[in-house]
Design a protein around this ligand. Structure first.
Ligand code: HEM
Length: 214
């Protein structure tokens, strides 16, 4: 394992990295950013929403990276931190939800918003993230069994689609900005599927060759 990969394994480094968005939130206050002071709650809502989304994209790239670069020690080190990164996605999403809830002012006003599809996509995405975070521990893997646990965690693909919709339908970000955020993940997943397809075809032709009379 090279030095960089060994350094990436350090828990303190990853925890510090995951807390960076929480520290960075003070920067606009220090810099007297007018956008922040115009509507701090809205600014924070968008900020933690983006932090959750970027971390979601980051953690979702780990599986395709492992398939594409199975021998890379850097990818192995990143995979080592999959759980804390996944849980941090949930924590930033929870903050996003709490700020939004406080912003609406009451439960009734919050529920009234559910008929907006972009809010509904956020709520379903958040509920699924809660399920994924709650089952991201050894106890759940043991209780559910490896196969069921994997099935549940495949819901991350549904979360991806919901988040793409949730962000893309925002006036401020729109489809173009959202495409930029999710592009690396979509690209890696496409390469992963292509590698998988190639493997299946190779296996099939091997079987056909061994079955054909010589
Ligand atoms: C609990 C359910 C959710 C609700 C009620 C909700 C609500 C909102 C609202 C109202 C906005 C628009 C803010 C504005 O007016 O500019 C927004 C934006 C956004 N949300 Fe959510 N959201 C939820 C879940 C999520 C989740 C789970 C994520 C990501 C993991 C997320 C990521 C984002 C992003 C990236 C934006 C756009 C921020 C920007 O463009 O600046 N949201 N959300």
């Amino acid at each position: 394992m090279n030095r960089f990969a060994r350094f990436l394994r350090k828990r303190w480094f990853i925890y510090l990295l995951l807390c960076t968005p929480a520290f960075y939130v003070f920067v606009p206050i220090i810099q007297s950013d007018t956008e922040y002071f115009a509507d701090p709650a809205k600014y924070l809502l968008e900020y933690v929403g983006l932090a959750a989304t970027y971390l979601f994209v980051a953690v979702s790239t780990i599986t395709p990276l492992r398939r594409i670069f199975p021998k890379s020690s850097i990818v192995k080190s990143l995979a080592y931190h999959r759980r804390p990164i996944g849980v941090s996605v949930f924590i930033y999403a929870l903050l996003h939800f709490l700020i939004y809830y406080a912003y609406t002012g009451s439960w009734d006003a919050f529920v009234k918003d559910w008929d907006k599809l972009f809010i509904l996509s956020g709520i379903i995405g958040f509920a699924l993230l809660l399920l994924l975070a709650a089952t991201s521990n050894n106890w759940s893997v043991r209780k559910l069994g490896g196969k069921n646990w994997k099935r549940i965690h495949r819901l991350a693909y549904l979360v991806m689609l919901l988040l793409i919709y949730h962000q893309a339908t925002q006036e401020k970000t729109g489809y173009r900005e959202t495409a930029k955020v999710f592009a690396p993940l979509i690209l890696l997943q496409t390469v992963r599927i292509a590698i998988y397809g190639k493997g299946v075809l190779a296996k099939q032709s091997e079987i056909e060759e061994s079955n054909s009379p010589s």
